[in-house]
Design a protein around this ligand. Structure first.
Ligand SMILES: CC(C)(COP(=O)(O)OP(=O)(O)OC[C@H]1O[C@@H](n2cnc3c(N)ncnc32)[C@H](O)[C@@H]1OP(=O)(O)O)[C@@H](O)C(=O)NCCC(=O)NCCS
Length: 173
């Protein structure tokens, strides 16, 4: 049986741990398939302390930290209404980031984080939840598809100078 994740909402006091886990998980997930320059450029822009602070304080974004047997195992970021990056629909929620630290992957913890986002969307009586995922991220796409997410659009994502394509997937609630 899968052990349960303990998931808690973040506050500004979590800034350092969130910045660190954001960089670590992004690097681990994508460094092998991207140039060092593109990665450094993106990490610097997306996850510097000031940027994460701004996102943490945004009234329409929420971060969660996830613990597995008292150890930090991953995090989640969701956006409501105007904080959403592509579709600024008041009836939807964007799951912007879902990351499990490498040491904890493959234990069905990611699906528990996904369930948390779905639960929050339901509590807020939203109609659907959507996310963007790199078209080559087969593992994540499989996790989302298994839970019923379907592709409805794609968009361009710049990782440094590299133009990439994200699939946008949604789950109707
Ligand atoms: C995608 C992610 C959230 C899934 O969480 P998870 O806890 O690993 O999910 P699961 O344990 O259900 O594993 C998902 C699948 O990946 C496979 N898997 C897990 N770890 C793996 C590894 N190290 N190498 C290859 N496959 C692996 C599992 O076998 C499973 O496949 P299956 O459903 O066909 O059996 C997590 O792997 C992750 O954070 N990845 C890196 C960051 C990322 O891609 N985030 C999503 C951005 S949109």
């Amino acid at each position: 049986m899968t052990d349960r994740l303990s998931i808690r909402r973040c506050g500004i006091e979590d800034l350092k741990v969130l910045s660190d886990v954001s960089v670590t998980t992004f690097k681990d997930a994508f460094a092998a398939e991207n140039t060092v320059e593109d990665m450094n450029d993106y990490l610097q822009k997306a996850f510097n302390r000031k940027q994460i602070e701004k996102e943490l304080l945004h009234p329409h974004s929420v971060f969660y930290l996830a613990y597995y047997q008292n150890e930090l195992a991953g995090y989640l970021k969701i956006n409501f209404g105007p904080a959403q990056t592509d579709i600024r629909d008041d009836t939807s929620l964007e799951l912007e980031r879902i990351y499990i630290l490498q040491a904890f992957q493959g234990r069905r913890l990611g699906p528990q984080l996904l369930e948390k986002a779905i639960e929050v969307a339901r509590e807020n009586k939203l109609k659907y939840i959507w996310l963007g995922v790199w078209e080559k991220n087969d593992r994540a796409i499989r996790v989302y598809s298994k839970r019923g997410f379907v592709k409805f659009k794609s968009h361009t994502f710049w990782l440094g100078q590299d133009k990439q394509t994200d699939d946008l997937m949604k789950l109707e609630l």
